[in-house]
Structures are given as C-alpha cells and as structure tokens.
Design a protein around this ligand. Structure first.
Ligand SMILES: NC(=O)C1=CN([C@@H]2O[C@H](COP(=O)(O)OP(=O)(O)OC[C@H]3O[C@@H](n4cnc5c(N)ncnc54)[C@H](OP(=O)(O)O)[C@@H]3O)[C@@H](O)[C@H]2O)C=CC1
Ligand SMILES: CC(C)(CO)C(=O)C(=O)O
Length: 298
C-alpha cells in the first residue's frame, strides 16, 4: 500500500519506519533539508541498542500529495489548520488518520472531504534524534477507530500490527480519545513542570501523590469510559518510564505546547458544566507562562 505521512517528527518518523517494512511510505516534511536527508538515508529506528533503517520517499508538505491510499497526519494539533490548508489535493486521498493528542482537532474534521477519516491515539514513547533517526523509547499501542466512512480501511492499518508496533482497532473513537485525553492531562503538565521523565511519576511517592490529586480533579470533569482508568495511566507511565513527555520536550526546546488542546479542553468542559477546578487552571497557566517566557528570552 502507498502511505503518506505528514510531519517528520518523533511520531511521523516512528510510523514511517515501521510501516515502510511492508509499504511504500512517503514523508511530507516541513523543510526540503529534511526531505533530502530522508531520501538519501531513509528512516532509522533505534530501540534497545538495535538500529534498523528503512527506505522511504520524502518531499515537502507544500507539494501536492501523490497517489497515496492512506495519509497519516503526525503534526502537532496547533499546526493542523495550517497544514490542512497548505497541502494541495489532500481531498483526493481516500483515507486519512489523525494521531494528535487532546480533543482540539475534532471540530475541524467535518470540513474535510475525504471519504474515510480515522482517529488514533499513540501510547508509544518516541524521541526524534535528528532528521532521519528516531529513538523508540517505550513500546505502547496505537489505538485506531473510525470517525466516518469505511471500516475496512482501518483494517488495512491493523494488518501492520506486530509485537513492537501493536495496532488495535476500537469501535468508539470518543472512548479512545477520552482515555488518552485523561492520560495526557495528567502526565504531560506534571512532567513538563517538574522536568521529570514519565516513570518518575510512579517511582517517586511525592510526584505520585500529585499525580493522584490531578487525576481526581480531571476525572471529575472528563468521566472515564473504563473502570481501570487509573491503572491505565500508571501503566503508560511505566511503559514509557524512560520517555520525556511531548510537553516536557516542547518546554525544554522553547516550543509551543499542546496544553490548549489538553488542559484547555478540560477547563472549557468544566466551564460548560459549571464546575470549579483548582489544579488544572494552575497547571494551564504555569505551562502558558513558560511558553510566554520563551518568547521574551528569544
Ligand atoms: N512523541 C511522542 O512520544 C508522542 C506524541 N504524540 C502526539 O503525536 C503528535 C505529533 O507529535 P510529535 O511527533 O512528538 O511532534 P514533533 O514536534 O516531534 O513533530 C511534529 C513534526 O511536524 C512537523 N511540521 C510542522 N509544521 C509542518 C508543516 N507545515 N508541514 C509538514 N510538517 C510540519 C515538524 O517539522 P519541523 O521539525 O521541521 O518543525 C515536526 O517534524 C502530537 O499531537 C503529539 O501530541 C502522541 C503520543 C506520544
Ligand atoms: C503517552 C505519552 C504520555 C508518552 O510520553 C504521550 O502521549 C506524550 O508524551 O504526549
């Protein structure tokens, strides 16, 4: 199958490498510099002292899409609007899969003309090393569900399921996104503000208590869809113990974070339900403050 991936960051490179084992993959990167490196070197996935390189095609996202059957959108939520406008002929791709954290992208999907739209959540830890290499820091799952269109298209992706790159099909997109939202609302802001790897939230009893308190506040607004949500949060911390969350990495590199799509969404839901929150707005302001300080420090 021909698969396109928009975004050559941690998740884009991880998906490109694993999917290139059996498919023709093209990465649509932001810069021609990265595209040219990818064309000549391929994508290398490093994991547990092993390193595997896969051949891919690459071009920039300002070009028209080719004749891919499947397009995976692996950019941050806050550049999504710009990317969807920029990419010529995206409408022609039959199936598009969105992998963003948070819930900020859902409203934009109705405007798209693609026949099948899938939503996915990624529980892997992945860290881009350079333009062509990614470190697979934690094996998690990718959960995929149909937003609209043809369910058989999701099966095309699920057949790529392996032990190092598990892919599961779920029946309800809202359920998988809600669970992931709770995970990110708890893990990401705490790791970003405390400057710790995901595992420390469970190994350090003080951080663990902070995480429990935040979890209880978040689930008072966003009700879990499974009985074992707390265990799931802890399991993800454990599976990605050596990983820096995407929000911590954004903060360290002075980039904008996805806090608006994650905690911003929780705060809006609380307002809508007339609920008062304490920890969530505190953390939201803390992360926005760090983003703002980045601007002044150049
Ligand atoms: N990393 C992780 O462990 C996890 C990430 N996620 C989610 O996956 C999504 C992607 O995250 P992640 O891969 O970590 O983010 P990264 O910041 O590593 O990658 C995003 C990529 O998007 C590229 N990009 C930005 N603008 C454009 C554009 N106009 N055209 C093409 N590419 C563009 C960036 O290019 P450039 O570098 O040139 O600016 C960058 O390579 C996020 O929603 C994140 O929350 C979910 C679970 C785990
Ligand atoms: C699963 C987790 C918490 C992995 O770090 C993630 O989604 C992120 O960092 O954004």
């Amino acid at each position: 199958m021909k698969i396109g991936i928009i975004g050559g960051g941690s998740i884009g490179l991880l998906f490109a490498g694993y999917l290139a084992r059996n498919n023709e993959v093209t990465i649509y990167s932001r810069t021609e510099t990265q595209a040219s490196i990818l064309r000549s070197k391929g994508v290398t996935i490093e994991q547990n002292n092993t390193s595997n390189t896969y051949r891919v095609q690459a071009t920039t996202s300002t070009n028209s899409v080719s004749d891919e059957e499947f397009m995976i959108i692996a950019v941050k939520q806050y550049v999504l609007e710009e990317v969807l406008l920029q990419l010529n002929d995206l409408d022609k791709i039959p199936t598009v899969l969105f992998l963003q954290n948070g819930m900020g992208h859902i409203d934009a999907l109705d405007k798209l003309k693609n026949r099948t739209i899938l939503l996915g959540v990624v529980e892997h830890g992945a860290l881009k090393i350079d333009n062509a290499r990614v470190l697979h820091t934690g094996i998690g799952k990718t959960k995929v569900a149909l937003f609209r269109g043809d369910k058989d298209k999701a099966d095309l992706l699920v057949r790529e399921n392996t032990t190092t790159f598990p892919i599961e099909l779920h029946s309800n997109w809202r359920e998988i996104l809600t669970s992931k939202l709770i995970v990110n609302a708890v893990i990401n802001p705490l790791t970003a503000l405390f400057k710790i790897k995901n595992g420390e939230l469970i190994y350090n009893r003080y951080f663990y208590h902070s995480m429990e308190a935040l979890y209880n506040e978040i689930i008072s607004v966003i009700h879990p869809v499974t009985d074992n949500m707390w265990q799931q949060v802890c399991e993800i911390c454990n599976n990605t113990a050596e990983n820096k969350s995407s929000m911590l990495r954004d903060v360290e590199e002075g980039r904008k974070t996805e806090v608006e799509a994650i905690l911003g969404y929780v705060i809006n839901e609380a307002k809508r339900k007339n609920q008062k929150l304490i920890l969530t707005p505190f953390l939201f302001e803390g992360i926005k403050g760090i983003e703002d300080r980045g601007k002044y420090n150049g």
